[in-house]
Design a binder for this molecule. Structure first.
Ligand SMILES: CC(=O)SCCNC(=O)CCNC(=O)[C@H](O)C(C)(C)COP(=O)(O)OP(=O)(O)OC[C@H]1O[C@@H](n2cnc3c(N)ncnc32)[C@H](O)[C@@H]1OP(=O)(O)O
Length: 210
């Protein structure tokens, strides 16, 4: 479904990029909510402060949302509380093959490329100039950072953050809620919850934050 009005949950630095994409695409941002005013970006003047605990008072019904929060765990948590429809924000310069499937709540930034037969889940971030090649499976709540390169037949598990400029060679499976460090080169499968850095990528610790 195409919407011409969208609400944002989150008013930080990541949210301002989503706002910019929506405006370029001719979509109005009707309301912006945040539960942590200290982190809001100066680009947002009117923010409705709300907390996730006010589930009953929150205006779940209305224009669809994008959860405009860069942190994967936070996006996941908000999605569990927010009982609304979701939309997407896709920059006009992104190159996305017509066979690609993209879930609701996902954002694709300037210059990103997504090649044939790739599936991108819900509430995913494909950041600026990221290259996601053919036959990838990107699960929900993933973030592929700027300039990261995912070769063909790569799988990225739920909630994993692939850092800026990381490279993942073909046919690699990265587990869920992992962090791939900036600039890492991943040449072997990565177990769930791993934090991996370096070339070749090595697990340095486990993600205990989830
Ligand atoms: C638009 C945007 O901004 S999108 C956001 C994109 N963000 C990113 O790409 C950030 C990705 N995050 C990283 O690379 C982080 O450094 C992490 C998550 C891998 C590690 O962070 P932390 O858990 O805080 O680990 P910490 O900084 O303590 O480093 C642990 C060790 O790993 C090393 N290390 C950390 N990151 C890297 C890296 N990217 N490459 C190589 N080594 C690294 C450190 O030097 C340190 O080594 P030492 O123990 O020998 O001193």
């Amino acid at each position: 479904m195409n919407y011409n009005k969208i609400r944002l949950y989150g008013a930080g630095g990541h949210a301002q990029i989503i706002k910019s994409i929506l405006i370029h695409n001719g979509i109005s941002v009707t309301d912006v909510f945040d539960d942590d005013p200290a982190l809001s970006h100066h680009n947002f003047d009117k923010i409705i402060i709300s907390t996730r605990k006010e589930v009953n008072g929150f205006p779940h019904k209305g224009d669809p949302f994008i959860i405009a929060i860069g942190d994967n765990k936070q996006r996941y948590q908000v999605s569990k509380f927010l009982k609304s429809e979701y939309s997407k924000a896709i920059h006009g310069s992104a190159i996305i093959d017509s066979s690609v499937k993209i879930g609701q709540g996902t954002v694709v930034y300037a210059g990103a490329a997504i090649q044939p037969n790739t599936t991108v889940g819900k509430h995913v971030i494909i950041n600026t100039l990221a290259s996601v090649d053919h036959d990838n499976i990107i699960e929900d709540f993933v973030h592929i950072s700027p300039n990261a390169t995912l070769c063909g037949l790569v799988e990225i598990g739920e909630g994993t953050h692939v850092g800026a400029g990381a490279v993942i060679i073909p046919e690699i499976k990265v587990g869920k809620w992992c962090v791939i460090g900036a600039g890492a080169v991943i040449i072997r499968d990565v177990p769930d919850f791993s934090i991996v850095v370096g070339n070749p990528g090595k697990v340095i610790k486990m993600n205990t934050d989830f």
